[in-house]
Design a protein around this ligand. Structure first.
Ligand code: GAP
Length: 433
C-alpha cells in the first residue's frame, strides 16, 4: 500500500474522512468529515483565525454569503475565460477531459470523437428564484474573497481602518473541477481561508514579501517540516487574470510537489472592476495625506483540506514493535483531535473505573479528552497513537494509594507519574503554542 492509500484507509477506519454519499456509490470530489476530522478542521481554522485576525490589530473578520449577485462573477472575470479549464468534449457522451490525459483523439469512455480544446468554466451553477432560466442563473462562489471586495466600503464605513489593513474570511468554496483527485487535495467543495490585505500602491511588493514569509512561518509552526515546503514563483505568462505576481507555497505530497497555499498580488483589479461595474466608488481616502486611491491587494489564500492532508502526510509514521507495526500520527497537540486519553488499567475493577472517570470528567472540561476501557492497555495505546492523541493517562492501583497517574507520551512512549491534581496545569503547559 502506498502512503496515500494508507492515509485514506486510516481516515475512513478511524472516522476522520468518509467519501460523501458513500452508500450511493460516492460522488466524485465531495467528502464528509467524521468526528475526528471535523476537530482537526476546526483546529486548523481557529489557529488560522487566531494568527491572521485575533493576534493582529490591522485585520477584521467577515462571513459573507456563498451565493452572490451573479454580476459579481462577471466583474471579477470568473465567468470569462480566466476561471476555466481548457478541455476537449466527447461529441457522443459529452464527457469532458483534459487533452493531456488522452492517449489518442478519442473519448476513453465511449470511443466517440472529441471536439477541439475549449475553455469550460468551473463555477458551479444554480438557479435562485421561481424559474430556471438565464435570468435566475447564479453561482456558488468559486473563491471566498469576492465577498470581501463587495463589503470593502461597509468595512471602511463601520470601522474606519487605515491602509494597510486586511479583511479575512473562512468559508466554503465550490469548483466544478474536471479532475478532482488525490483524496481531499482537489475537491469540488472545500473550505478556503483567505486574507485580502489592502496596501498603498507602490508598497505592494514589500507587503507581498512580508506575507510570503509570514505564511511560510505559520505552516512550519503548525508542525509541517521545513524540508517538505518550498516556494514556487508563477511564470508571468501563467498568472491568473487578476495577478501581478503569485508565489505558491508548495508541499511535498506523495504525488509530488503541489500547491498548498497561494500568495497573490491582486493589484487593484477587483476593487476597480467592481467600481466600474456598479458605479459605486470603492476607492480609499487617506485623510492624513489627502490622497484618494484604489488600494492594491495582497492575498494569502489556502484550502483547509490541503493543510489537513499535508499534516497527515507529514505526521504519519510506522514503527516496528512486538505486535507488528505501530502506526502513529505525530500531530502537533494543537491540531490533534483529542489531546489526552484516560484509561482505567483494568476495566472490570470498579474502584479503578470510578477514579479514572473522575479524572476524565475533570480533564474534559478543559481539553478534548478520550475515554477508552476496551481491550488491554497496549491496544488502547496503539488506538490513540493512530489518531494522534499526544498523551494517555492510566489509572492503576498506585493511584488509589498516592493519587498519582501514569502519563505516557505518544512519540517517545516514555511514562512518568504525575499527581492527579497537577494534571490540568501539566497539560496546559505542554499544549501551550
Ligand atoms: N482567491 C484566490 C484563489 O482562490 P486559488 O489558487 O485558485 O486562488 C487558493 O486557490 C487556494 O485554495 C489553493 O492554494 C488551495 O489551497 C485551495 N484550493 C483551490 N482549489 C481547490 C480545490 N479544488 N480543492 C481543495 N482546495 C483548493
Amino acid at each position: 500500500m502506498d502512503l496515500m492509500e494508507k492515509i485514506f484507509s486510516l481516515c475512513k477506519r478511524r472516522g476522520f474522512v468518509f467519501p460523501s454519499s458513500e452508500i450511493y456509490g460516492g460522488f466524485g470530489g465531495f467528502w464528509d468529515f467524521g468526528s475526528l476530522g471535523v476537530e482537526v478542521k476546526n483546529n486548523i481554522k481557529s489557529l488560522w483565525w487566531k494568527e491572521v485576525v485575533h493576534e493582529r490589530k490591522d485585520v477584521l473578520g467577515l462571513d459573507s454569503a456563498i451565493i452572490l449577485n451573479p454580476q459579481v462573477w462577471r466583474a471579477s472575470g470568473h465567468t470569462g475565460p480566466g476561471f476555466a479549464d481548457p478541455l476537449v468534449e466527447c461529441r457522443k457522451c459529452h464527457h469532458r477531459f483534459r487533452k493531456d490525459d488522452l492517449k489518442e483523439e478519442k473519448c476513453p469512455d465511449c470511443d466517440g470523437g472529441v471536439t477541439k480544446e475549449k475553455k469550460f468554466n468551473i463555477l458551479v451553477k444554480t438557479y435562485i428564484g421561481p424559474v430556471e432560466d438565464t435570468s435566475t442563473l447564479s453561482y456558488l462562489r468559486g473563491e471566498t474573497c469576492q465577498g470581501i471586495f463587495l463589503n470593502f466600503k461597509n468595512v471602511l464605513n463601520c470601522f474606519s481602518p487605515k491602509v494597510p489593513f486586511g479583511i479575512a474570511q473562512i468559508g466554503k468554496a465550490f469548483r466544478n473541477e474536471i479532475t478532482p483527485g488525490n483524496f481531499i487535495f482537489r475537491s469540488r467543495e472545500f473550505d478556503q481561508m483567505e486574507l485580502e490585505y489592502f496596501v498603498k500602491p507602490g508598497t505592494d511588493e514589500k507587503w507581498h514579501e512580508y506575507w510570503i514569509e509570514k505564511r511560510l512561518a505559520w505552516l512550519i509552526k503548525l508542525g509541517l517540516k521545513r524540508e517538505n515546503l518550498r516556494l514556487y514563483e508563477h511564470p508571468k505568462e501563467k498568472l491568473a487574470h487578476y495577478s501581478k505576481r503569485t508565489v505558491d507555497i508548495e508541499y511535498n505530497f506523495p504525488f509530488g510537489w503541489s500547491e498548498l497555499e497561494g500568495i497573490a498580488n491582486r493589484t487593484d483589479f477587483d476593487l476597480k472592476n467592481h467600481s466600474k461595474s456598479t458605479g459605486k466608488d470603492l476607492s480609499y481616502y487617506d485623510a492624513e495625506n489627502k490622497e484618494k486611491y484604489y488600494p492594491y491587494v495582497i492575498e494569502p489564500s489556502v484550502g483547509v483540506e490541503r493543510i489537513f492532508l499535508a499534516l497527515l502526510v507529514d505526521s504519519y509514521f510506522e514503527e516496528p514493535d512486538k505486535e507488528g507495526v505501530r502506526v502513529i500520527l505525530k500531530l502537533h497537540p494543537q491540531i490533534a483531535p483529542f489531546k489526552i486519553a484516560v484509561f482505567p488499567l483494568l476495566a472490570n475493577k470498579p474502584e479503578l473505573v470510578k477514579k479514572a472517570r473522575e479524572i476524565y470528567e475533570t480533564l474534559r472540561s478543559t481539553f478534548l479528552t478520550a475515554w477508552d476501557d476496551i481491550g488491554n492497555i497496549g491496544k488502547r495505546y496503539r488506538r490513540q497513537d493512530e489518531i494522534g492523541t499526544p498523551w494517555c493517562v492510566t489509572v492503576d492501583y498506585n493511584t488509589l494509594e498516592d493519587e498519582t497517574v501514569t502519563v505516557r507520551n505518544r512519540d517517545s512512549m516514555t511514562q512518568i507519574r504525575v499527581k492527579k491534581e497537577e494534571l490540568r496545569e501539566y497539560f496546559q503547559e505542554l499544549i501551550k503554542p
